[in-house]
Design a protein around this ligand. Structure first.
Ligand code: SF4
Ligand code: SF4
Length: 102
């Protein structure tokens, strides 16, 4: 019977099964409190499909696939670093992520 909606499948992120080796080497990602301020301010994100918070959240979870490509959108302008309430140096974090990602 068609009720006009479907029930979403349960989404489980198994962090213990993820490869956290690269994430462990970028200290800045652990200071993030996920406020999203970096994404709201991002220069690149205003023009193209790029979400810096989502990108470093996936990196922190060990879900690296496609992140190197996504990070190509960043122009290292530093606006996100200026607004971060946790003092995360996002420019340095992005450079470090780019170095570690394939
Ligand atoms: S602005 Fe800072 S604390 Fe907020 S989501 Fe971005 S990195 Fe995390
Ligand atoms: S440094 Fe990169 S991620 Fe941060 S605001 Fe600029 S373009 Fe966006």
């Amino acid at each position: 019977m068609d009720f006009g909606f479907t029930i979403s499948k349960t989404r489980v992120i198994d962090l213990s099964a993820a490869n956290m080796e690269k994430a462990a080497r970028v200290e800045e990602v652990r200071r993030c409190m996920d406020c999203g301020g970096c994404t709201a301010t991002c220069t690149a994100g205003q023009f193209i499909d790029f979400n810096i918070h989502r990108t470093h959240l996936l990196f922190r979870r060990g879900q690296y696939e496609g992140l190197d490509k996504a990070l190509e959108a960043c122009m290292l302008c530093g606006k996100c670093t200026l607004v971060c309430p946790r003092g995360v140096n996002l420019r340095r974090m992005i450079i470090n992520m780019r170095t570690l990602l394939p």
